[in-house]
Write a protein that binds this ligand. Structure first.
Ligand code: G6P
Length: 463
């Protein structure tokens, strides 16, 4: 079997953000004797072209530092102020500064330069996420003809949103430099095809769309998953139990509704709080019987829109607290901090209701982890946004429109009061789906589709 080279902006071990994926791909990577490559998390005085390698947790990790200004253009700028909001259909939150594109492509070129000395002819290369769309183009320009796959962890945008991204023509052609492009959900493949159909219609009507040809690239949905059985074990581990018992005591018999999200405007957090407010408003009998915990570790906080969403959430939590709290009961606990996975698993298990209500989301692995962590004899209920990729898999969650606070509040009420039989039946179906779509199957099916090493492109393809 040929070696596997994984490339992503974040590398394992350096940040909890890459944690889930790192755990998931560790097995695959160690079976294939390859390495992981990405940004070190550190800054350089001048651009670096040479990677440093070290062994972290038995994995070979190669990394380069970036200059602050390159990182600003590539990460906070083009990736997270243009691609992220546009791909999540938040054109109103984009901040389009044209010079960022140069930094974005420049960092992709630096990645290519630093990677190439470490590549072998048969290596299979797997590139992850929107930060690195141009990487295959940069590698092919440098005569790399290995098999290269790309996986997008976030949703694919609609044609209008894609059209609003500067240089989207280049980005689409960049995708076509890959042998395989994996998307999260059928919804995303449909959006991709819609864009192509739209361009063909413009062409047929005499307009001049840009030249675009999918060539031999395969575009397909590979819904990512977690390891639900590992979460089942983790949720009863000593560290999980410590958290479970502590919070169980604090709940004092009340039903806990739980949300765990990066503090991001795509997660629908103010909307979720508003729906919870409606739940309390419409159901006086539930007021002292429930408690919501929202965990939201800050994210990308140098970007203005992230500061705004953080302030909005402070305001929403304050509003609900002021309106419904009593001297001996608080409606909500808001924690702006990250927790270890074991502690989260304990909380997931205790929560009667898992709230996964993003406005738009690639997959959302919290939904998978919540399902995996439940007690089969007394499982909680998943309230899930229709706009998370997970909704294509978890048919027996309570599916809601997160923009509709009446519907969401009603789903919260149903979840809190759901009889045990129905909870068990729904959870059994959710757990079966989580197992079927587990992360090992995901990695295997992507890599099977990508093929096993060898050259894929003739020299003329490398443009
Ligand atoms: C999303 C993206 C990942 C990213 C993560 C954390 O899940 O798909 O690529 O690593 O968010 O965000 P950050 O900007 O901190 O890497």
């Amino acid at each position: 079997m040929s070696r596997l080279v994984i490339v992503s902006n974040r590398i394992p071990g350096k940040s909890p953000a890459a944690g889930g994926l790192a755990v998931a791909l560790k097995k695959t990577l160690s079976a294939r004797d390859g390495f992981w490559f990405g940004w070190s998390g550190a800054f350089a005085e001048s651009p670096e072209k040479k990677a440093r390698f070290e062994t972290v947790d038995g994995l070979q990790i190669g990394a380069i530092d970036l200059t602050r200004s390159d990182h600003q253009s590539y990460y906070a700028g083009f990736s997270n102020s243009i691609l992220w909001p546009a791909f999540h259909l938040r054109l109103d939150l984009t901040d389009i500064q044209s010079h960022w594109y140069e930094g974005y492509r420049g960092v992709n070129a630096q990645f290519a330069d630093a990677l190439i000395p470490h590549l072998k002819r048969d290596d299979v290369i797997w590139v992850h996420d929107y930060h690195l769309i141009p990487l295959a183009t940069e590698l092919r320009r440098r005569n790399i003809r290995n098999r290269i796959g790309f996986y997008l962890h976030i949703p694919f945008p609609t044609p209008d949103a894609l059209n609003a991204i500067p240089h989207h023509e280049d980005l689409l052609n960049d995708l076509m430099a890959y042998d395989l492009v994996g998307l999260q959900a059928q919804r995303d493949v449909a959006a991709f095809n819609e864009f192509i159909a739209h361009e063909e219609m413009v062409r047929a009507g005499g307009g001049t769309p840009f030249h675009f040809d999918t060539g031999s690239t395969i575009i397909k949905a590979f819904p990512i998953g977690s390891d639900p059985d590992a979460f089942a074990k983790l949720a009863v581990s000593p560290n999980a139990q410590k958290m479970y018992k502590k919070v169980e005591r604090a709940m004092n018999g009340r039903s806990m509704l739980l949300g765990v999200d990066r503090l991001d405007y795509s997660k629908g957090l103010p909307q979720r709080i508003q729906s919870y407010e409606k739940l309390l408003e419409n159901n006086a009998n539930l007021r002292r019987a429930v408690h919501m915990i929202q965990i939201a570790p800050p994210s990308r906080d140098t970007i203005k829109e992230y500061q705004i969403i953080s302030d909005e959430l402070d305001t929403a939590v304050g509003r609900v607290t002021g309106r419904f709290a009593e001297p001996d009961w608080l409606p909500i606990t808001y924690v702006k901090r990250a927790y270890a996975q074991a502690s989260l698993a304990g909380l997931y298990r205790l929560a009667k209701v898992g709230l996964v209500t993003p406005l738009r989301d690639g997959m959302n692995l919290v939904a998978h982890e919540y399902v995996g962590s439940q007690d089969p004899e007394d499982p909680g209920v998943l309230v899930l946004s229709r706009f998370a990729g997970a909704a294509e898999i978890f048919h027996d969650a309570l599916l809601i429109n997160p923009f509709d606070s009446d519907e969401t509040a009603e789903a919260m009420r149903r979840a809190v009061t759901m009889p045990l039989d129905e909870r068990k039946a729904r959870w059994t179906s959710l757990m079966a789906a989580a197992r079927e779509h587990n992360v090992d199957n995901w990695a295997d099916s992507f890599l099977d589709a990508l093929g096993d090493g060898g050259e894929t492109r003739s020299t003329s393809d490398n443009g």
